[in-house]
Write a protein that binds this ligand. Structure first.
Ligand code: ATP
Ligand code: MG
Length: 325
């Protein structure tokens, strides 16, 4: 069995924030409430959760940029607090939407600059830089100035930058954020290539589909706690237990939705506008049995269609991160 390269135990982190500009009152934000997990060597580990779930806080602790409030975190067997310097040499990270490239320099010269910062010897640079440019699909544009690159190309160059010290673990915090579907697709192919080279990748994302396509295992984090951790196919199995009822409806409001969410047998409910009408999705282990009582609850609404279907991983995610909230 592969060895663990990340070991996190009962990790907690809180922040103190002032409630207003002039206020002396302080509020404690518990960003991580006791998180535990392991990532194995060579794994592509997904860390999935909504805004404010605690993803970046976890990445910052693991990359030694932020100290934990309590609990332990080890990377490559080294403690994030007492052995931070040793960890930094052997890892790297890329945050989505990051700046910090030199726009007047070419892609190649940017990588040379970052290689110098990591004291990569010139003979190693000579091989590594073209290899990384190839890996991220920028070989053909290597000599062009970065100011001529698209956003997707800049993000791929960032990833090459993140690999310049040949890290054993690469942390990617929402790498596809703000990219169009094609650029995001290309970036996902790059991530697959990195894992093929034997690196361990810790990837945070909002997108269930992205996690499903890429990851060996996925941890779902919500409100500072891990609510599920498994392979995509096992998470799907779990989702099967709770069917989805989809209603096409007109005139539904947040008030109606709140009433549905208050039903004990309802695990999650969401409302979307699709064209002129609305789609109400209700997840309940009671499945089709719930259709009649639900429609009877709102005689004032017009229900135009209903179907019961198997849940997708996306539905499981919505359910786990509180489609009831
Ligand atoms: N420096 C800080 N000071 C105060 N609160 C903070 C700080 N950093 C993070 N938080 C809070 O901690 C919680 C977790 O934030 P974090 O950035 O880890 O979430 P996230 O999962 O990365 O979210 P997103 O998807 O929006 O990037 C949030 O409530 C956030 O407001
Ligand atoms: Mg974040």
């Amino acid at each position: 069995m592969a060895e663990p390269v990340i070991e996190v135990q009962e990790l907690k982190r809180h922040f103190l924030s002032r409630t207003g500009a002039l206020s002396t009152k302080r509020r404690v934000i518990e960003a991580l409430k006791g998180v535990s997990f392991q990532v194995l060597k060579g794994e592509l580990f997904g860390y999935l959760g909504p805004n404010g779930a605690g993803k970046t806080t976890t990445v910052k602790i693991l990359t030694t940029l932020l100290a934990p409030s309590s609990g332990t975190a080890k990377v490559l067997g080294l403690d994030v607090l007492s052995q931070a310097r040793a960890i930094r040499r052997r890892i790297n990270f890329v945050f989505g939407g990051e700046r910090g490239l030199y726009f007047r320099l070419s892609g190649w010269d940017n990588l040379r600059y970052f290689a110098d910062l990591y004291f990569v010897p010139p003979a190693v640079q000579k091989k590594r830089i073209p290899h990384l440019l190839e890996l991220v699909g920028l070989s053909g544009r290597a000599q062009d100035k970065v100011e001529t690159y698209s956003r997707g190309m800049c993000q791929r160059l960032h990833i090459a930058r993140g690999l310049i010290n040949d890290p054993e673990v690469l942390f990617l915090d929402e790498p596809t954020i703000g990219l169009d579907p094609v650029a995001a697709f290309e970036l996902r192919q790059v991530i697959k290539g990195i894992v093929k080279e034997g690196k361990t990748v810790f990837l945070t994302t909002h997108y269930m589909k992205e996690a499903e396509e890429l990851c060996d295992r996925i941890a779902i984090i919500n409100d500072g706690q891990i609510v599920a951790l498994d392979t995509p196919s096992n998470l799907k199995q779990y989702a099967r237990l709770v069917p989805v009822i989809e209603f096409t409806v007109e005139g539904m409001s947040e008030r109606h939705l709140a009433k549905i969410r208050a039903i004990p047998e309802v695990q999650a409910a969401t409302l979307e506008n699709v064209g002129m009408s609305q789609v109400l999705k209700v997840q309940s282990s009671r499945g089709s049995e719930l259709i009649q009582p639900l429609m009877a609850l709102f005689p004032e609404l017009r229900f135009e269609g209903v179907k019961v279907r198997e849940p997708t991983l996306e539905d499981a995610y919505i359910q786990l991160v509180g489609g009831k909230a």
